[in-house]
Design a protein around this ligand. Structure first.
Ligand SMILES: *Cc1c(COP(=O)(O)O)cnc(C)c1O
Length: 223
């Protein structure tokens, strides 16, 4: 079942779009099924759950932290996390940098942009991103690298609205991409699109989609 869903999904998306299989709440057996047919990028939204899975599953899995992050949890995943999608403050970046330094690595991060019309407390408004990137504190960070942006569209079946939000994210990405690349800022990723809207996201320029239920089936609880 999982293998089949994955195959159908893979065939329907362009090769250059990275598929992150969102395995939150799903057991290791489900992850291994996807792994067996070549899936290597997996997304989790809780640090403890991701660490527990990392410890027992194959070490060539690339673990994506896609959830809202608390600063005190970063230390548990700093040695292995592949990409952090939902960075929404300079404070968080400072802590990621500090923990990455302890492991002598550079952690790749995406800045989460607030694009949804609906009320959400997650993600930074575009204007604040520009300030963050221009700050001296940011410029001094040596153990993080901003590689792109992440956004979540409104949870609605108004697909025109969803498309408008993805378009706005892509436009902002294009603007930021004109800034000179530095040691900790070099864009190549737009993470947008989930099970319900990844087709629109790809049409609007997504390079990375985060798909859970369309691969693994519906989750038992909202995570
Ligand atoms: C759960 C989750 C997804 C995947 O959602 P589906 O609708 O199951 O594809 C994608 N992104 C984030 C940030 C999530 O929390």
């Amino acid at each position: 079942m999982i293998k089949n869903q994955l195959k159908i999904l893979k065939e329907s998306i362009p090769d250059e779009v990275t598929l992150v299989a969102v395995s939150k709440t799903k057991p290791n057996t489900a992850i291994l099924e996807a792994y067996e047919v070549g899936q290597r990028d997996f997304g989790e939204n809780k640090v403890q759950e991701m660490v527990a899975k990392y410890e027992v599953l194959p070490k060539d899995i690339k673990w994506h932290m896609i959830g809202h992050l608390q600063r005190n949890k970063i230390k548990y995943m700093a040695h292995f996390v592949h990409l952090i999608h939902a960075v929404d403050s300079l404070k968080l970046l400072l802590e990621i940098d500090k923990q990455a330094k302890k492991h002598q690595r550079i952690i790749n991060c995406l800045l989460q942009i607030r694009i949804a019309q609906e009320d959400t407390k997650f993600g930074l408004p575009m204007t604040e991103i520009t300030n963050l990137l221009a700050s001296d504190e940011f410029k001094q960070l040596e153990h993080i690298q901003i590689v792109g942006l992440m956004g979540m569209a409104s949870f609605t079946d108004d697909f025109d609205q969803v498309r408008k939000e993805f378009k706005a994210l892509k436009e902002f990405y294009t603007t930021l991409d004109k800034l000179p690349a530095t040691n900790n800022f070099k864009l190549d990723t737009i993470s947008m699109g989930m099970s319900g809207d990844y087709k629109i996201a790809i049409e609007e320029g997504s390079s990375m989609i985060r798909v859970g239920s369309a691969i693994f089936g519906v989750r038992n609880y909202i995570a």
